[in-house]
Unconditional design. Structure first.
Length: 456
């Protein structure tokens, strides 16, 4: 491998905090603006290009004050801005001409609003066009270099690239031979950062606030850049951008769409047979399953097959039913914003929907058209997991409605009742078994039921 200048620039950037790709783009932007204002501020072709783009974008405009004084950013931008305001004055004079012809201002503006935008801005920001070319170059280099062992280890020890840049790599170069190396490293970084954030969240409890480390305290700022990139590098999504580029796309509304077919319906028995040949089955439900389907799942649980079964439930208040699902050895998760209909997904690729009216007649499932999209969408609807713990009560906080359970495995778990009007907290020293939701955003078990245990 030819370890040129770029290779060592990457290694040097890895030693700094934040996304190296964003840092390169900021550096490239400063270099472009520095050269333009120092060398070309009076060049007619440059000024004509800036007239066509109507200056720089907001991001690059606000980088000008940070340029060295030798570039005279104040004088340079004054020259550019004067040109742009003169252009605006010329275009806006047509309003007066339109009114002078006895056309109403409202009708004139309605007919000319599109022409205004296209006449004011005919090209994208020149600095953005320049930086975009270098971005492509840097992304390709990253994938080439990451096949080198020294480079890969340095990357793993760094902050990594931000997720928006990772998505660009995936979109453009997922077929590259080194992409799996980048993917593995990126996943490890994301998990490490998530663990740090969750520790910070856990220590928001007044009892652990003094244990917050400096790394945990600044983790939220690290996460901001990891999730969104450096300020200004990626546009907002308010629809204000005057020139659309292929780099940005629309963001769909946050809603779960379940699309099923009217034909090729599947019986509950056929579903059980399909599950036997699958590696993963996930049920999303807001109400109990039909008894014959639950019976089939119970039989399936008794068989030694390599199948992972998960139940994600919402608004299911039947504690006995939830304990039944849990006792079968299935993963039981707490969901929010699930579809109204019961949905089952197999290996994230195939899926079926069970309508309410089908429960009483026929009990057949309709295949889903959008099973893969639904699988990805519903992954983000999980907010906790069911736990069954036993131990002795170590501490009770009556004011907060909390109690601390010391489990047999030396774990200390704080718990509270799901219903706020429950005031009967167990006594310190008593032995209990608790069943409830461990909510991931609080690390406190939200109790569904408490059972006293008698020790002999």
């Amino acid at each position: 491998m030819n370890k040129g200048r770029s290779y060592f620039e990457f290694l040097d950037q890895f030693k700094r905090a934040g996304c190296p790709m964003c840092s390169f783009l900021v550096k490239d932007s400063h270099g472009f603006l520095d050269h333009l204002l120092y060398e070309s501020v009076l060049d007619v072709p440059i000024r004509m290009e800036l007239m066509q783009s109507f200056g720089f974008c907001s991001w690059h405009t606000w980088q000008l004050p940070a340029l060295p004084s030798i570039c005279s950013p104040d004088t340079g931008y004054s020259i550019f801005a004067s040109d742009l305001l003169r252009k605006f004055a010329y275009l806006s004079s047509s309003v007066e001409e339109g009114i002078g012809k006895k056309r109403t201002l409202k009708s004139f503006l309605a007919k000319s609003r599109r022409r205004w935008l296209s006449r004011v801005k005919q090209k994208a920001c020149p600095a953005c066009r320049h930086v975009s070319q270098f971005e492509t170059y840097h992304l390709k280099e990253l994938l080439e270099f990451i096949g080198d062992e020294e480079f890969l280890e340095a990357y793993k020890a760094s902050s990594g690239i931000c997720l928006p840049h990772f998505f660009l790599v995936q979109e453009r170069y997922s077929g590259h031979g080194n992409f799996p190396l980048l993917l593995e490293a990126q996943r490890a970084m994301a998990q490490s950062l998530r663990n740090t954030l969750e520790e910070f969240i856990r220590k928001q409890d007044y009892r652990f606030r003094d244990e917050i480390t400096s790394t945990e305290a600044r983790a939220w700022r690290v996460a901001m850049e990891f999730v969104a990139g450096k300020p200004g590098v990626f546009t907002n999504e308010m629809g204000h951008d005057r020139v659309r580029t292929t780099r940005t796309g629309g963001i769909s509304a946050d809603r779960v769409s379940v699309q099923s077919t009217a034909f090729d319906r599947c019986s509950l028995a056929q579903l059980i047979e399909q599950m036997k040949g699958s590696k993963e089955a996930t049920f999303y439900l807001k109400q109990a399953l039909p008894q014959d389907l639950l019976g089939g799942l119970r039989d399936l649980a008794s068989q030694k097959i390599h199948l992972s079964v998960e139940f994600v439930v919402e608004e299911l208040g039947n504690v006995e039913y939830l304990r039944t699902l849990y006792s079968l050895g299935f993963s039981l998760l707490y969901g929010i914003g699930l579809p109204a209909q019961t949905v089952v997904l197999l290996d994230g690729k195939r899926g079926y929907m069970l309508d309410d009216h089908q429960r009483s007649s026929g009990r057949r499932l309709r295949p889903l058209k959008n099973a893969e999209d639904l699988y990805l969408n519903l992954l983000w609807r999980r907010f906790g997991i069911a736990v069954l713990l036993s131990g002795s009560i170590k501490e009770v906080d009556i004011k907060s409605g909390l109690f601390c359970l010391a489990t047999e495995g030396s774990r200390e778990q704080w718990c509270r009742f799901k219903k706020a009007d429950t005031n009967e907290l167990p006594q310190v020293g008593s032995n209990v078994e608790v069943f409830g939701w461990e909510r991931w955003n609080t690390r406190v078990v939200e109790l569904l039921d408490v059972y006293p245990i008698r020790r002999e």
